[in-house]
Design a protein around this ligand. Structure first.
Ligand code: ARG
Ligand code: GLU
Length: 721
């Protein structure tokens, strides 16, 4: 019986590791050791060295971190960079005016001279990656206090960075991996002159908007084009009209042959953050309380904002970006809860922990090292529970009531004033500028309703964590939050933007003096002080303990579950993830196919709609089936899905075929699979990409910017004899 059980277990473990072939965000310098074999068995035709090599040009030399928040790739020998529309959106928005509305109409530079500079935008290449764990952890012992450990590590990192061999135009940074068990150094090259080259209209680049976001089937042409400029020596240089298009070490070839079911694909980019190694106890909290708390608060906020946006054209423009960003995470968390529940994420973690414990207890040495780690983690997470909820409530509500944001800005100015006249005069223009920008996307009629909708949640929480004085104030209104809100916004001097901006111009000192007697300031102060006194200290203390335990648990898993290949959690560093083009079963009797086509865009078309309008030119091309060299069997492919393990930050990442040719542009994941940040499940986790042929079709046929396509290298790997 026992033997049979063990056999079954080995069987299950073996097959689950096979099925999980698609999981993992791997460090490029370790591919040869850890992944090359499996990548080849999945169909890859190139070698790990073609992907990452320090001295010879490799694919990594075509990949950039785009502005630190997305990924981009170089697709021509003249420094042309491809990324998502939603990654380039800030730049597109900044250059848009009522007369030149690039958001609505798109933008296409006809030559270098028309390409638009973007202050503050940069791209970063990774020149090389080094394992510096030994040097950084030098002198660190297991008995060390956390604080001392941290101090020593910082000191070591400084030494390592200073000693690193690098050119004057290169930089370096070091990051912790596997919860601080390992450290890697990244030597980087950053270019600060990045110009906007092209963007489709939002009706293509953000087709389907919030309704389609995180969803499959998808029909969005989520791309934009930029160009890197360098000094005459091809090295990084500050913006100058003298700068010239950058000549890259490597640019991606583009395949016109598309992908078919089962084809190998890999995604190369900068995934932001995942937490794959949490214990069941932590995942349970996320599913049962943290995500639901945040979702419930955003439900209320979105309903308020949506109500105004539907009835007021001005508010619709002002709040569009805010709404999209609140809705993006809100929708993701819902998918996450759904996916974790459907695949029994907590149950799977529990089974894994049972096996972990069984092995630990079977060895005297492991038992001594790791016998208590899971129990300690469970205890710590139980302690965290109420503080985590209080953190979520405060962290979600306070920034959404933007009257509080104004107050925080003015308090900062007040603090500068307290430091003396010089500090005040430096801060004043900054505060003015920030508030002026802020008010462009603010309407106090919306804000007062947000206060009314969200304060009941704050008051309704466990009273151990809310401010007694604020509860008292609320009790005075006997549940009439509307009246409370109206009175507060009427009596404060800070709700009216014109008054605040005028006061800042004419009598800033007077405005700051008035803060002392302002009821909204008093309220914000009570909320903040209560949080700092009753939540933050314990939260910080427990979280620090959890971090140390997670580090031990991570090392423990690597020591105990030795048949498993471990990849580090995403931390905004360069990674490769790979898998195959694959559909999935979303729910009972609902199976999703891998490709969408322009026909699907037309099916969704709603004339004049805010989300589903289709530009006339695109409808015309569809009617004539005028797809040029980009169509396939008379149809125009638009998006496709595959089982690559991606997360936020992978937006704009290239999807590469077996030869390393560009076949797609990553921009999203499917809703049911967004729990891949916490517990990847190969049955429903899929990433969503725009088919590169759709990108080229839009550039060439829709926008008439064929000169850009001429810069690129187009190939036909499947037609090779
Ligand atoms: N969900 C994707 C991401 O997390 C796309 C967001 C942009 N698109 C949108 N419709 N809001 O960034
Ligand atoms: N849209 C996400 C981003 O901007 C990528 C999608 C995901 O989270 O996988 O990074």
């Amino acid at each position: 019986m026992k033997v049979l059980k063990l056999f079954l277990l080995a069987f299950v473990l073996f097959f689950s590791s096979l099925a999980r072939a698609d999981e993992g965000m791997w460090l490029p310098l370790l591919l040869e050791k850890l992944n090359e074999q499996q990548m080849k068995s999945l169909g890859m035709k190139i070698s790990a060295k073609d992907i990452y090599s320090v001295n010879n040009g490799s694919l990594k030399d075509a990949i950039v971190s785009f502005g630190g928040f997305c990924t981009g790739e170089v697709i021509s020998s003249k420094g042309l960079v491809l990324t998502n529309h939603h990654c380039g959106f800030d730049a597109i928005q900044n250059h848009s005016t009522l007369d030149n509305n690039y958001i609505r109409d798109g933008f296409w530079a006809r030559n270098y001279a028309e390409e638009i500079p973007n202050q503050g935008l940069f791209v970063t290449f990774i020149a090389r990656i080094e394992d510096v764990s030994k040097l950084v952890l030098n002198g660190v012992t297991s008995g060390m206090a956390e604080k001392d450990r941290q101090a020593l590590i910082e000191k070591n990192m400084g030494l390592v960075k200073n000693a690193a061999k690098r050119e004057t135009y290169q930089d370096a940074f070091i990051r912790g991996f596997f919860e601080g068990n390992q450290y890697y150094m990244f030597v980087t090259e950053t270019y600060n002159d990045v110009r906007l080259v092209g963007a489709p209209p939002s009706s293509i680049g953000n087709f389907g908007k919030d309704t389609d976001n995180w969803m499959w089937p998808r029909h969005t042409g989520d791309f934009s084009l930029f160009r890197i400029y360098a000094g005459k020596d091809n090295k990084p240089a500050a913006y100058s009209t003298e700068n010239v298009p950058f000549v890259p070490k490597k640019s991606l070839s583009i395949s016109l042959d598309g992908t078919a079911k089962g084809d190998f694909t890999m995604i190369f980019g900068f995934p932001g953050r995942t937490t794959e190694y949490l214990p069941a106890a932590a995942v349970k909290q996320i599913v049962e309380v943290n995500d639901p708390t945040k979702i419930a608060i955003r439900d209320k906020a979105l309903a308020v904002i949506d109500g105004f946006m539907r009835n007021d054209e001005q508010i619709k423009i002002q709040y569009a970006a805010k709404y999209a960003s609140i809705a993006n995470a809100w929708k993701k968390w819902q998918g996450e809860v759904l996916g974790l529940n459907r695949t029994d994420g907590v149950g799977k973690k529990k089974k894994y922990e049972e096996e972990f414990n069984r092995r630990v207890l079977a060895s005297a040495q492991l038992k001594q090292q790791y016998g208590t780690v899971l129990g300690d983690l469970e205890k710590a997470y139980a302690e965290l529970y109420p503080y985590g909820i209080a953190r979520d409530i405060y962290g979600e509500i306070i920034p959404k009531i933007e009257l509080f944001t104004v107050i925080q800005q003015l308090k900062q100015l007040k603090a500068a004033q307290n430091q003396g006249e010089a500090a005040f005069q430096t801060q004043l223009p900054k505060t003015k500028e920030r508030l002026r920008e802020f008010y462009k996307e603010y309407d106090s009629r919306v804000d007062v309703k947000l206060f009314e909708a969200l304060m009941p949640i704050y008051i309704g929480q466990d009273s151990a964590y809310s401010a007694p004085s604020v509860r008292q104030k609320s009790a005075g209104y006997a549940g009439d939050y509307a009246r409370w809100a109206q009175e507060l916004y009427k009596t404060t001097v800070l709700a009216d933007e014109n008054k605040v901006l005028e006061a800042l111009d004419k009598d800033p000192a007077g405005l700051l003096n008035a803060l002392a007697n302002d009821p909204a300031v008093a309220l914000q102060t009570e909320l903040a002080q209560n949080y700092s006194a009753k939540v933050l200290p314990r939260l910080t203390e427990i979280q620090a303990r959890i971090n140390a335990l997670q580090r031990t648990y991570m090392q423990a898993q690597m020591d105990v579950m030795t048949e498993k290949k471990f990849y580090p959690d995403a931390n905004s560093t360069l990674r490769v993830t790979y898998g195959t083009v694959k559909g999935y079963e979303a729910r009972d009797a609902v199976t999703y196919d891998i490709h969408t086509y322009l026909d699907g865009v037309m099916e969704k078309y709603v004339p004049g709609d805010y989300e589903f309008d289709v530009p006339a030119k695109l409808r015309e091309l569809y009617q004539k089936k005028d797809y040029g060299q980009y169509g396939a069997a008379g149809k125009m492919p638009v998006c496709f899905i595959a089982a690559n393990h991606t997360t936020g930050g992978n937006s704009g990442s290239p999807a590469l075929d077996a030869y390393g040719n560009l076949v797609g542009l990553n921009f999203d994941r499917v809703w049911e699979g967004t729990m891949s940040d916490i517990n990847y499940d190969p049955s429903i986790c899929r990433n969503i990409m725009v088919d590169i042929r759709y990108v080229l079709f839009i550039i060439d046929k829709y926008a008439g910017a064929g000169h850009l396509v001429k810069e690129m290298k187009l190939v036909h790997p499947k037609k090779k004899k």
